[in-house]
Design a protein around this ligand. Sequence first.
Ligand code: PBG
Length: 339
Amino acid sequence: MIPVVANFPTARPRRLRRTAALRELVAETRLSVNDLVAPLFVREDISAPLPITSLPGVLQHTVASLVNEVGELADLGVRAVILFGVPSQKDAVGSGAYDPEGIVQVALRTLRAEFGDRVVLMSDLCVDEYTDHGHCGVLDANGEVDNDLTLEIYAKTAVAQADAGSRVVAPSGMMDGQVGAIRAALDASGHIDVSILAYSAKYASGLYGPFRDAVDVQIADGGDRKGYQQDWRNAREALTEVEADIAQGADMVMVKPALSYLDVIVAVRAMTNLPVAAYHVSGEYAMIKAAAANGWIDHDVVALEQLTAIKRAGADVILTYFTRWFAERSAATKRGGAS
Ligand code: PBG
């Protein structure tokens, strides 16, 4: 009999795929609850948490329900949360972002008193939730976002957040020079230990839709953020952004969204030894939820596949609305044994 496969060394990768135990042994990428950051929304002037229709399972919290949620996440082993505020009043400059009594500052002080350093408290640093026009900065006479005036507001916001107990501020507005301005303000106010997680390569994506429902933001006059967020046709430009942020003192750099930009994550990972974060954004989460609710995809399989892909591409830290689900699943797996 002539053997079907010739008798010479042939790669046989399937040998190592035969059993679950073998696959576990040789897995290159292991997603862990330690990698994840939970984005949480806290809203002023509500007496009970409110669901967000386009983000099933995610809530606009009261300060009290936020404290509960963070406690439960910490018990599940989650290391970090990032806060977004939903104020009851908005104005032209987004003053609620830096008001010591602004909703995020109130929430930070409460969480800090409750949890200390048990959970890393991060705060998104932007003004779009607080401006009546919905842009990430203040507008000039022509209605365009004024870069340098906005930096002054970001600097004040960074100090207000740090004063209130934030350990990591995360500027997400894509203004030029934002990391340097914030670093200088933090240092000058004695917050040399507060880190900066820079949303360095943030694209003008269509995938932020559900988030804007979560924070009640509509950009005035049907506007968009293409004047400051990146054009999705550009990958090399992301490296210019990352270089600039590192030069200005970023402690971690981020790519956002994640799945449509895995190439950018790979490139950023290759150019820096700083921790790289990626944001699996609201639209990415909502697409899985909606397709799974229709029975078109398997929720758990696809969520795991996507989060693992983000880590495989090179992200050390993943911001995701799946954090609680993943942490609960990991805890159950640990108890039950099987994966
Ligand atoms: C801006 C900000 C946005 C997100 C995080 N920070 C919205 C935007 O740029 O329009 C989006 C996050 C998501 O979609 O999950 N403060």
